[in-house]
Design a protein around this ligand. Sequence first.
Ligand code: MG
Length: 380
Amino acid sequence: MATSSSESRRQPSLQTVAEREALLLAPYAMHSADSAGRKYFEPEHPYRGPFQRDRDRIIHSAAYRRLGHKTQVFTGEMGDYHRSRLTHTLEATSIARTLGRALRLNEDLIEALTLAHDLGHPPFGHAGEDTLDECLRQHGGFSHNRHGLRILEQLELRYPDFPGLNLSREVLDGQAARIDKDTAARRPLLEAQVVDAADSVAYDTHDADDALQIKLLTLDDLLQCGLWREAAARVRRRYSNLSPVELRLTVLHELIDWQVSDLMEQAAGRIAAADIQSVAAACQAPPLILASQEIVELKAELERFLFQRVYRHPQILQVRARAQEKLRALFDHFVSYPQQMPESFRQRIAQIGVERSVVDYLAGMTDRFAQREYERALGV
Ligand code: MG
């Protein structure tokens, strides 16, 4: 008896990743055992599955750590409450894992994909991205999604045997699917579709919360949007005496919970209705991880509102203009003095041109490193 109970206690840790996934995952989930593998051969790890290793490599990368000091929407001049690229990434990951587990998808793959999804953002948020795209207008342009893939495949230098992180094909394909979404020949894995949906729930919700905290908006402003109005009505049916702060925080929870529950129900319904029984069938079907029509419309209304009232707020536009000037000046400076860049970027100039190599260097900078480099380089 004693032996069998100690054996059964040991059993879970001895179970292989493939066995565990076979028990837990749905037939339309991406199983590690079916992975197309890595570009550079590596033997399997004794107890970490391939997507777990991918996740660990991303977490240990320099690009991931730098997300903590990169602007999501609001910059450091606006206080300490609001989300950075890193906390946005973690909120999106938490939502994506909840969805993935409920739908019996591969959570390790989902976690790797979500942790990597914003690695390609340059300093100063979308203002920075627009400037770098402008700098490379004659040289192929710049997009954060494409740059994210360059980081994963080439720019992270952490291993003696290969450039980049040598991630599983499915993680790279998932990131590649974020580029030119409309022209992709095949729909991405359901795990990648979950990441997209979770990203959208996270930023729509937290951008509004950050804007309230920074006082670019009031709660009454947001209640003009149907999504906030309905969430507030649901909260008021449960609580009668909330202070304004309590109401705001409870509405935020409600917004996430409502959207995630809707996504889960809709996705499960679509998967069942189309009788999806394999990964191949999931990738040939119309999008399956999709909110209800009601929420799609309410989110579109909220996003139009946030665009007008937050992303184009005079205070944000001012910060945006200053950031763009600095990044443009840094670009011109390093194109003139490429010898001031670190060796790994200088070495690549012959192969990819000075402009692209300078942009690779600039895109990796945190907001404050870019600020310091600007002051050093321009002597201001
Ligand atoms: Mg994101």
